[in-house]
Write a protein that binds this ligand. Structure first.
Ligand code: NAD
Ligand code: UDP
Length: 310
C-alpha cells in the first residue's frame, strides 16, 4: 500500500513508519515539526519507499495518487504541548481531520484516525468501554484537545456514513517508549529524565490518580491489527494494568537506581482521576492484548533515555 501518515515525525508516528516500511509498504510522512522532529525520521531517509512532505495539515493537503490509506496522527498530544498550542490543537483536530478525510475521499482510500482516551474526559465509569460517552469539560484547559478529538471522531464517522469511506478509529491510552522527548512533559518521560539527572521527581496532586501505561510496540501491533480489520467504529487500545502515579514514580526511581526525592506539585485543572481501558473489543475482534510487562517496557525506555542524554 501507499500510505499517507500525518504526524509521522512524532513519537508514535516514527515507530509506526518503521513497522509499515518493514511490512513492505510505501509511506508518505507529512509533518510540520510542531512537536515532532527530523531526528525521528532521519533513519528512513535512504529508504526509497519513504517520502517526507513538510506541511501543516490544517491547510489544504496536496498529494499525488495513488494513496491507499490515510492515517491521521498529527496533533500535539502532551498536555503541556496542547496547552501551549490551544488553537493549533483545535485546528489540526478539526480542519486537519477534514483535509485528511478529503484526501481519503478523493482517492477512495481507507482512513485511520488516532483518537484518544481523553474523549472519556474525567471518567465516571472505570474501566472505560467504547460505549461510554465520557465526562468532558468543553471549556476547561484540556477541552482544546478533548473536543478536537471528539469532533474528529464525529467527522470521521460522518464521512463513513455519508461517503462510504472505510474508517478506523483508535482510542489510544497513555503510551510511552523510546524517542519520547526528554522535555515532553508527560509523566513517564518526566520521571525518567528527572530520576536520571537526580532531580526531584514531580508528582502532580497527591499522586493517587491512576493511569494505565502501554508500551509502544504493543500499541503499534494494535494499530496494525485495527488497520486490517473491518471495525469502523472506535476501538480502545491500551494496557489495562492500572497504577497510581505515585507507584509509577517509585517504580521508575527504583529501576533507575536514583536517589531523587519525590515532590508534590499542583494538580492540573480537570486532570482525570482514573483511567483504564476496557479492551474486551480489541481482544475479541482483533485478537490483541498487550504483551510487554511494565517492568520490561520501562527498562527499555530507561536504557534509551540513558543512551540519548540531553
Ligand atoms: P507527538 O507530539 O510526538 O507527535 C505528534 C506529531 O504531529 C508531531 O510530529 C507534530 O509535529 C505533528 N503535528 C502536529 N500538528 C501538526 C500539523 N498541523 N500538521 C502536521 N503535523 C503536525 O505525539 P504522539 O504521542 O506521537 O501522538 C501521536 C498521535 O497519537 C496524536 O494524534 C495523539 O493525539 C495520539 N495519542 C497519543 C497518545 C500517547 O500516549 N502517546 C495517547 C492518545 C492519543
Ligand atoms: N503527572 C505527574 N507528574 C509529571 C507529569 C504528569 O504527576 O511530571 C501526572 C498528571 O497530572 C496525570 C498523569 O501524571 O495525572 C499522567 O499525565 P500525562 O501528562 O502523562 O498524561 P495524561 O494522561 O494526563 O494525558
Amino acid at each position: 500500500m501507499r500510505i499517507l501518515l500525518t504526524g509521522g515525525a512524532g513519537f508514535i508516528g516514527s515507530h509506526l513508519i518503521e513497522r509499515l516500511l518493514g511490512d513492505g509498504n510505501r509511506v508518505i510522512c507529512m509533518d510540520n515539526f510542531l512537536t515532532g522532529s527530523m531526528k525521528n525520521i532521519a533513519r528512513f531517509r535512504d529508504n526509497e519507499r519513504f517520502e517526507f512532505i513538510h506541511h501543516d495539515v490544517s491547510r489544504y493537503i496536496d498529494v499525488e495518487p495513488p494513496v491507499d490509506y490515510v492515517m491521521h496522527f498529527a496533533s500535539p498530544a502532551s498536555p503541556i504541548d496542547y496547552l501551549e498550542h490551544p488553537i493549533k490543537t483545535l485546528k489540526v483536530g478539526s480542519l486537519g481531520t477534514h483535509n485528511a478525510l478529503g484526501v481519503a475521499k478523493k482517492y477512495k482510500a481507507k482512513f485511520f484516525l488516532a483518537s484518544t482516551s481523553e474523549v472519556y474526559g474525567d471518567p465516571l465509569v472505570n474501566p472505560q468501554p467504547e460505549t461510554y460517552w465520557g465526562n468532558v469539560n468543553p471549556v476547561g484547559p484540556r477541552g482544546v484537545y478533548d473536543e478536537a478529538k471528539r469532533f474528529s471522531e464525529a467527522l470521521t464517522l460522518a464521512y463513513h456514513r455519508a461517503h462510504g469511506i472505510d474508517t478506523k478509529i483508535i482510542r489510544i491510552f497513555n503510551t510511552f517508549g523510546e524517542r519520547m522527548r526528554h522535555n515532553d512533559g508527560r509523566a513517564v518521560p518526566n520521571f525518567i529524565d528527572q530520576a536520571l539527572k537526580g532531580e526531584p521527581m514531580t508528582v502532580y496532586g497527591d499522586g493517587n490518580q491512576t493511569r494505565s501505561f502501554c508500551y509502544i510496540s504493543d500499541l503499534v501491533e494494535g494499530i496494525i491489527r485495527l488497520m486490517n480489520s473491518n471495525l469502523n467504529e472506535p476501538c480502545n487500545i491500551g494496557n489495562p494494568r492500572e497504577m497510581t502515579l505515585i507507584e509509577m514514580a517509585e517504580l521508575i526511581r527504583k529501576m533507575t537506581g536514583s536517589s531523587s526525592k519525590i515532590v508534590f506539585k499542583a494538580l492540573p485543572e480537570n486532570d482525570p482521576k482514573v483511567r483504564r481501558p476496557d479492551i474486551t473489543k480489541a481482544r475479541e475482534k482483533l485478537g490483541w492484548e498487550p504483551k510487554v510487562s511494565i517492568e520490561e517496557s520501562l527498562g527499555r525506555t530507561i536504557e534509551w533515555f540513558r543512551e540519548n542524554r540531553q
